[in-house]
Design a protein around this ligand. Structure first.
Ligand code: FAD
Length: 394
């Protein structure tokens, strides 16, 4: 098998996981990250079986499950009365069905675990304060240039540099990301401040007109994670770290279920964040001969299936397998994207469809829609059952 010198732009969840998978396969990897320090914001992330296979493969599965929460079920509720419209089992049933658990954890914890594992495999693998500016590609290799005037060389460049990817812009032309119409509020509340047993330990999604709210527990059940989605023309920066007034949050969810009111009322009023959600049209081609993309740089998605990071993690595993299977690098990159394009496009499309499903205008519309669908069955059939380490490559 060919062993490459691989340069990764971006040390997010996708870049770090890919680095671990590729180093374990024997490649020499360097990651270049623009930030001066590694880290993730304070919010939750859900990890279903499909990415968990990869996280186990790189040796961090147990750590993740030991600090995460295993939700009992996925529960769809009405936004005001809280009535349960549909639910499907997660927890033991998910693991029995798919061979890996469904875990909810703090993003910073996941990021820290991945960074630690990457550094265990190669202590100086991450280079901080390295903002990628551009690259050149020849028949012999790629060279990556940074804002600080330095550069580095390798055989293969992976753009894991997120929604505003510089690598993507150079490959396919700079095009601004498109506003989806939705903004995401995020708050974290210590459970000790909430009434006892106030929401069951499940993944709850409250569905209302023009918005929805997601609530689940983190850090062994000590933190409540709240993400509130609203349709709005008030576009802010695409950033998790924009603080917005608590009063706006309260107003956005006026009339919603009492559990939502309790979470909002208990939140630290200076720690309410709102992020405008942007996307890009799906693409089926994202590689040149020596440069490819991974994660949000190529298939950003609305988070309404909780699969953005999952896709980024899956990408790394399939890329590793494509490099092992196909000795010619340009062909290997084609194998990689060919085996990822359809699935990632389907996830993005279905996530967008969930915007409609979760924001229906009336109870009657919600009941009518859910009477025709079995969310658990559907997701178990194609979404969670995918194993990027064993799925046949075509
Ligand atoms: P990013 O996380 O954006 O990482 C990109 C990295 O590249 C960053 O570190 C950045 O600093 C760096 N970078 C950028 N430009 C440069 C440059 N020029 N030079 C050097 N470095 C650069 N996904 C799930 O799977 N499960 C969930 O439950 C889930 N919940 C979500 C909830 C919300 C509200 C949102 C908005 C998203 C959610 N997602 C979820 C999606 C998930 O957060 C993203 O898909 C995932 O973080 C993408 O990872 P990435 O590594 O591709 O990109």
């Amino acid at each position: 098998m060919q062993k490459y010198k691989i340069i990764i732009a971006g040390a997010g969840l996708g870049g770090l996981t890919a680095a671990c998978v590729l180093m374990q396969a024997g490649h020499d990897v360097e990651i270049y990250e623009q930030a001066p320090a590694l880290g993730e914001i304070g919010a939750g992330i859900q990890v279903s079986a499909n990415p968990m296979h990869v996280l186990r493969h790189i040796g961090v599965g147990e750590k993740i499950t030991s600090i995460g929460v295993s939700p009992g079920a996925y529960v769809f509720r009405l936004h005001d009365t809280g009535e349960v419209i549909q639910r499907f089992s997660l927890s033991k049933e998910h693991e029995a069905m798919h061979g890996a658990p469904y875990t909810q954890l703090h993003r910073a914890d996941l990021h820290e675990i991945l960074a630690a594992r990457a550094r265990e495999l190669k202590p100086d693998v991450v280079h901080l304060n390295k903002r990628v500016k551009s690259f050149t590609e020849t028949a012999d290799g790629v060279e990556l240039y940074f804002d600080d005037g330095t550069s580095t060389k390798g055989d293969l460049l992976i753009g894991a540099d997120g929604l505003k990817s510089v690598v993507r812009a150079q490959l396919f032309g700079a095009a601004p990301a498109v506003y989806t119409g939705d903004a995401a509020w995020r708050i974290l509340v210590p459970v000790e401040k909430l009434p006892k047993d106030f929401l069951e330990p499940v993944m709850s999604v409250f569905m209302g007109p023009n918005g929805h709210a997601v609530c689940y527990y983190l850090r062994s059940g000590t933190l409540m994670n709240f993400v509130g989605i609203v349709e709005t023309d008030d576009i802010s920066e695409e950033s998790w770290t924009v603080r917005y007034p608590w009063d706006n949050l309260k107003a956005d969810f006026a009339g919603w279920h009492e559990a939502i009111q309790t979470i909002i009322d208990t939140a630290d009023k200076d720690q309410c964040f709102r992020w405008s959600l942007f996307g890009r049209p799906a693409t089926m081609n994202w590689s040149s001969k020596r440069v490819t993309l991974l994660g949000d740089s190529v298939h950003p998605t609305l988070p309404y299936l909780a699969q953005g990071a999952a896709m980024a993690i899956e990408d790394g595993a399939v890329l590793m397998r494509a490099l092992a299977q196909e000795p010619e690098l340009p062909k290997a990159l084609q194998v990689y994207q060919r085996n990822r394009a359809e699935r990632t496009a389907k996830i993005v499309t279905q996530s967008t469809d969930n915007r409609r499903l979760f924001h229906l205008p009336s109870q009657d519309a919600i009941r009518a829609e859910f009477s025709k669908r079995d969310e658990g069955n559907d997701r178990n059939r194609w979404l969670y059952s995918y194993n990027p380490l064993t799925v046949p490559l075509v």
